[in-house]
Design a protein around this ligand. Structure first.
Ligand SMILES: [Mn+2]
Length: 404
């Protein structure tokens, strides 16, 4: 922790040496990412910086290339990019001051102008000890101790990411929650198993988990409808009648789009390969973000709409635009994979191949981009038109593993 705080203090010094009092903040679109963006926006604004904020579902290479066409800027990445520090160094070529405030598994920077403050590099665990929002909070407090009052927002992000030990926040996440309790902004109630966190807002008390869910709806379901902007407003200025209406409208959009796909699957839209069942949403989920194909897989993986013994894959075309960046030709399709509980059991027992092996390997063979792949949930992107090839590659990999 001391080393991390020391590195943050040095980064703050570097920020102070920059000629322009302007910063660009790039942050993720889930509750942890939105609270991270809100914390940084307020902290930099309080120091007199002009803040431009961009919400991204992923740090796509095509977007990064656009960002790094600039020179002499301060660029801050929050709740993502820890692992791609070497790529940012390559793109940066010493031209901009880049700060990374992520908490996922990280790789060290290879140049002094890209400062990777991901706590993973300092011995902390991002899937247990510290969220993106708490990392941003620590940085904000380093900028100015007065930013202590952002502890409640940091707690919302930590609870939203859902990393608990025995039902409770631990380590840095917990310390920040306790700070927010001292400020009267959070209440912690002991439960039989773990703890419940309550946010004391202007309109009364709200379970933090519900606050986080609403932010996830704004950022994920509302991604292409300025939902993230509303999410940031909610973080900084509180819930409003407009924000509540938007959350309800977006939930209705999600229900309608999910129901239409379920009807399609009942009518035979699920395609069958020997070990994989798959469907293609094309562009039907727009204006929801591309995270929603994974959410849809989660919604159906417990139901009898799927074969419990086969892997489940869903494709969704990545829209050729990013809010704040305009048109970008991705020509890509995202694939999300999940399993029914029975197959998950087989994967945990190592009797079936994990998604973290199957999908990245097949994606790599087709020249695609692997992002977040875990044994039970995985997502990558490949070029449009490669969908059937990807399924074939995965079937080959399974065949090789069991007969090779
Ligand atoms: Mn996070």
């Amino acid at each position: 922790m001391d080393d991390l705080l020391h590195a943050m203090a040095q980064a703050v010094q570097q920020v102070g040496h920059m000629p322009e009092k302007a910063v660009q903040v790039f942050h993720h679109n889930d509750s942890d990412g939105l609270t991270s963006g809100a914390i940084l926006t307020r902290a930099f604004a309080r120091q007199g910086f002009a803040v431009r904020r961009f919400c991204l579902e992923k740090p796509y290479p095509a977007v990064l290339e656009k960002i790094y066409e600039q020179e002499g800027k301060i660029l801050v990445f929050a709740d993502f990019a820890g692992r791609i520090a070497p790529l940012l160094c390559e793109l940066n070529q010493g031209r901009n001051l880049t700060l990374i405030l992520d908490h996922h598994v990280a790789e060290a920077s290879t140049e002094p102008r890209v400062i990777n403050l991901d706590p993973d590099l300092f011995g902390l665990k991002g899937d247990r000890d510290i969220s993106g929002s708490v990392t941003c909070y620590l940085f904000a407090r380093t900028l100015d101790p007065a930013n202590r009052d952002l502890a409640a927002l940091a707690t919302v992000g930590a609870v939203g990411d859902g990393f608990f030990v025995d039902g409770a926040l631990v380590s840095q996440n917990r310390e920040v929650a306790l700070e927010a309790v001292r400020q009267g902004l959070i209440e912690i109630r002991s439960l039989e198993h773990g703890e419940q966190y309550l946010f004391n807002g202007a309109q009364g008390q709200l379970p933090v988990i519900d606050f986080g869910d609403d932010l996830d709806v704004l950022g994920g379901v509302g991604y292409y409808r300025s939902g993230p902007d509303m999410g940031i407003n909610v973080c900084l200025d509180g819930v409003s009648p407009e924000s509540e209406r938007m959350v309800e409208e977006l939930k209705a959009v999600r229900t309608k789009l999910f129901d239409e796909e379920i009807a399609g699957i009942k009518a035979g839209a699920m395609r069958q390969a020997p070990h994989i069942q798959w469907f293609h949403l094309q562009r039907r989920f727009f204006p929801m973000g591309v995270k929603m194909v994974g959410a849809f897989c989660d919604a159906i993986r417990f139901t009898d709409l799927i074969d419990p013994d086969k892997y489940l894959a869903g494709f969704q075309v990545v829209p050729d635009e990013i809010p704040g960046f305009g048109a970008i030709d991705f020509d890509q399709v995202k694939v999300s994979m999940r399993c029914a509980p029975a197959l998950e059991e087989q994967i945990r027992a190592k009797r079936a191949m994990g998604l973290n092996v199957l999908l990245p390997e097949a994606t790599h063979r087709l020249g695609g981009f692997s992002d977040a792949c875990h044994s039970l949930t995985a997502a990558t992107t490949v070029n449009i038109g490669k969908e059937e090839s990807l399924i074939d590659e995965m079937e080959d990999i399974l065949k090789e593993a069991f007969h090779g």
